[in-house]
Design a protein around this ligand. Structure first.
Ligand code: SAM
Length: 210
């Protein structure tokens, strides 16, 4: 860790290390994308953990990462410079305002809870339209259901807002059926639990376009 860090950067550093240690998300996305040499659009990228993880694991395709938190985008850009990483771009963008042109794989990881049902439907539709034949849309989301895991998921997201780690409080959580209704027409859809050692009701939702 560099000696001259702000309090916020130190927090980012420990957060990233803890996330990579405890969350099965990034390894699961790597397993989905490693054999598909298409560019990736990562929506709601935060500090860019996924992009750097994929590069560190030999994925060399261009990765365009977007987030509406300018501070996180700037930190991700600094990390890219420090790592001398090429082919990684980080841009400020609010995913509620449409998506840029793209033809490849798309990831949407842990951001849908900030969207209304209408915004979720629009975002998933725009994302699915940007998946190339042979490509995938990989989503992780907490699913709304009757489980204790779902209650803990909501509490965790509220805590993230209270600590100012997230700009917004959770708005709505989609159900598994919401994903089937919106995405099944675009290709083959798989939904499976992805909570690893965490108490959250996280699921991996994968759309494969043939
Ligand atoms: C829980 S973090 C997940 C970060 C990253 N996807 C990951 O898994 O490492 C959620 C991210 O979504 C971003 N976000 C929320 N609403 C957004 C929107 N409307 N447009 C773009 N980014 C958004 C937040 O700023 C935050 O960085």
């Amino acid at each position: 860790m560099p000696a001259r860090m702000t309090h916020r950067q130190r927090w980012d550093h420990y957060y990233t290390a803890a996330k990579l240690r405890s969350d099965p998300l990034y390894a699961a996305v790597l397993a989905e994308l490693r054999d598909i040499p298409l560019p990736l659009l990562d929506l709601g990228c935060g500090l860019g953990i996924l992009a750097f993880y994929l590069r560190d694991h030999g994925i060399l395709t261009p990765i365009h990462s977007l987030d509406y938190d300018q501070r996180k985008i700037e930190e991700a850009r600094k990390t890219a410079v420090a790592k001398n990483a090429s082919g990684l771009t980080f841009d400020f963008h609010d995913a509620r305002e449409g998506l840029p042109d793209h033809h490849g794989n798309v990831t949407i990881l842990d951001i849908l809870q900030f969207f209304t049902p209408q915004e979720i439907e629009r975002l998933l539709t725009l994302a699915a339209e940007r998946v190339a034949p042979g490509g995938k849309l990989v989503i992780r989301s907490g699913l709304r259901d009757d489980s204790w895991r779902f209650k803990i998921t909501v509490a965790g997201d509220l805590l993230a807002k209270c600590t100012l780690w997230m700009k917004a409080a959770p708005t709505h959580y989609p159900t598994a059926d919401d994903f089937r209704q919106i995405l099944a027409k675009y290709g083959k859809l798989r939904i499976s639990p992805l909570w690893g050692g965490t108490p959250f009701n996280n699921h991996l939702i994968v759309l494969e376009k043939t």
